[in-house]
Design a protein around this ligand. Structure first.
Ligand SMILES: [Zn+2]
Ligand SMILES: [Zn+2]
Length: 210
């Protein structure tokens, strides 16, 4: 259990993300990012980040190699919830927890290619349970991209499965390829309505931290 990480994430405000003190959504070359995990951590220290989370797709390889006071153990899972394909971020997990390890990618392709990752067969309910049992929190990534007719109803369903938070602070406009079905504003409203933890990050896939 790492209650201090959960409390830390809970305490964060929009400004912590906007001012580049914190970035909780970063990919490295352990999945489909271009950056080297060690190099990104070095940049984070140099730029004075308080905390970062490396959240590779279905992979915790970076965290097997690197532990650091400013690095939060994290991973971004591909998972279906009914007819909605979604990304679920897990923060503060014990990466070696036996309930969590079956959910990790079996090979590099499952961390990179959308065409492979969309066939993910993870059970959303068991996945959220495993994240909790591994001491972590489960957060819906970039919710405005969820192909759900009613985002409110979809989030409500995820809450019934144990969802802890929504990724509210997310630069949708910086991702030209990303399709938005909802607005960033409506995401924040829903987070407030259900008293969910609000997280944020840039979904960095490049080499350089801002
Ligand atoms: Zn990616
Ligand atoms: Zn991502």
């Amino acid at each position: 259990m790492q209650p201090q990480i959960k409390d830390y994430i809970k305490s964060l405000k929009r400004d912590d993300f906007d001012s580049n003190k914190v970035n909780l959504h970063i990919h490295t070359s352990f999945s489909d990012g271009e950056g080297d995990a060690f190099e990104i951590l070095r940049q984070a220290h140099e730029k004075g980040y308080q905390k970062i989370a490396i959240s590779d797709h279905n992979s915790v390889e970076a965290h097997k190699l690197i532990q650091d006071e400013i690095l939060i153990p994290a991973v971004e899972f591909d998972v279906w919830c009914g007819y909605v394909f979604m990304h679920l971020l897990a923060y503060g997990i014990d990466i070696n927890h036996p309930e969590l390890t079956p959910f990790y990618a079996k090979n590099k392709r499952e961390t990179e290619l959308d065409i492979i990752r969309i066939f993910a067969k993870r059970d959303i309910k068991k996945l959220i349970q495993a994240i909790h049992n591994a001491g972590g929190i489960a957060v819906l990534a970039h919710p405005a991209c969820c192909w759900a007719i009613s985002l409110d109803r979809f989030v409500n369903k995820l809450i019934s499965l144990g969802l802890d938070g929504l990724e509210v602070y997310y630069p949708y406009q910086r991702h030209r390829g990303i399709i938005k079905f909802h607005t960033a504003k409506s995401v924040e409203k829903i987070a407030d309505k259900y008293n969910l933890i609000k997280t944020g990050g840039t979904d960095l896939h490049g080499k350089n931290l801002l």
